[in-house]
Design a protein around this ligand. Structure first.
Ligand SMILES: *[C@@H]1O[C@H](CO)[C@@H](O)[C@H](O)[C@H]1NC(C)=O
Ligand SMILES: *[C@@H]1O[C@H](CO)[C@@H](O)[C@H](O)[C@H]1NC(C)=O
Ligand SMILES: *[C@@H]1O[C@H](CO)[C@@H](O)[C@H](O)[C@H]1NC(C)=O
Ligand SMILES: *[C@@H]1O[C@H](CO)[C@@H](O)[C@H](O)[C@H]1NC(C)=O
Length: 300
């Protein structure tokens, strides 16, 4: 009687453990590289799945249900578009000030590697606003501010609903500075002593265009590592890398990876050995778990 009751209990455990093991293994076996995040194409060197794209760009993008984000040490920035021909990505800092909203400052910080491989483009300018008279950009570092197509602080403070506040509160024109990424890279907003900033891209096309029509956001210029990705892409694979060693590899469909391309698996194929080894490992775990449960039941 007791045995009959225990038997179904035992089988139920078998099944549960087997399923758990199977589920915990399967995402690795069947994952591929997604090539879209909502409507934004995700191609080399970028990726939204670990092991895809170039290792230098690892963990830089996050795809949520509605948006794609560029992750930096100072926060997550919404990606508006990626142009693979021009090698540019436009992003928007949701907490920066624009013509329509005034928000307290917040530094824009990139990691070392981001500054090196995907820095803001030369036609992205940073506008420091409401700078105190002691600000370095009005004194020792005056030279970092440049003439932005003849645009002035007055024009900026005069035309935007949000920036009008600077005028109203001070009854004068507080200083501003049009500058490049290098300035904000080396000096935080606290050091710069300006209370707000905004950034504008395609600045070379904004001569004679008023602040209401500027393009607010940042354009980043990315470089593509030369790792022989074309060969893999041509053979229908996705360029990726081994998540442990970060060695380049070509991800072919969902079932096989190889070192260079997806042509018939002549190249050394990690995938075969992975599949061959993961199943016995699974069985072994299963048998061990089974053993442990049986042992406990016998002891009772
Ligand atoms: C292929 O490589 C990707 C990325 O490294 C990995 O997630 C996946 O599990 C690999 N697939 C196989 C079948 O080995
Ligand atoms: C990426 O987004 C998901 C939700 O969309 C979130 O749970 C996760 O923490 C994010 N990862 C990073 C590194 O921000
Ligand atoms: C700024 O540049 C414009 C031309 O783009 C020029 O007309 C103007 O005089 C310059 N202003 C200063 C202060 O150099
Ligand atoms: C402008 O800066 C001054 C300090 O220099 C500050 O007291 C003032 O609140 C700032 N204006 C706005 C609108 O934040």
């Amino acid at each position: 009687m007791a045995n009959q009751l225990r038997l179904p209990f035992l089988s139920f455990n078998h099944l549960t453990i087997y399923l758990i093991l199977l589920l915990s293994q399967s995402p690795q076996i069947f994952s591929t590289c997604r090539d879209f995040c909502n409507n934004i194409p995700i191609n080399y060197p970028f990726s939204i799945d670990d092991g895809c794209g170039a290792p230098q760009y690892r963990h830089m993008l996050n795809c949520s249900a509605t948006d794609l984000f560029f992750l930096t040490p100072s926060g997550n920035y919404k990606v508006q578009s990626i142009d693979y021909d021009k090698k540019t990505m436009t992003i928007f800092d949701p907490s920066m000030s624009t013509c329509s909203i005034l928000q307290p400052h917040h530094d824009f910080k990139m990691s070392e590697i981001q500054s090196a491989i995907i820095p803001p483009s030369p036609d992205t300018i940073f506008i420091l606003m409401n700078c105190s008279i002691d600000s370095p950009v009005l004194n020792h570092y005056k030279s970092v501010c440049f003439n932005f197509s003849g645009h002035s602080c007055d024009e900026l403070y005069g035309s935007c609903t949000s920036f009008k506040l600077f005028h109203m509160l001070s009854n004068s024109t507080p200083a501003c500075c049009f500058t490049g990424y290098e300035t904000v890279k080396y000096m935080s907003m606290d050091i710069l002593d300006c209370t707000h900033y905004t950034s504008v891209y395609n600045s070379d096309k904004l001569e004679g265009v008023g602040p209401l029509d500027w393009l607010y956001g940042m354009k980043l210029s990315f470089s593509v590592p030369d790792t022989g990705c074309e060969r893999c892409a041509k053979s229908g694979g996705n360029c990726g890398f081994d998540v442990e060693t970060e060695m380049a590899q070509c991800i072919c469909a969902s079932t096989s990876n190889s070192t260079r391309d997806c042509a018939g698996g002549r190249e050394s194929n990690f995938a075969e050995s992975y599949r061959a080894s993961s199943f016995p490992r699974l069985q072994l775990l299963y048998i061990l778990a089974l053993g442990a449960i049986s042992y406990r039941i016998v002891l009772r």
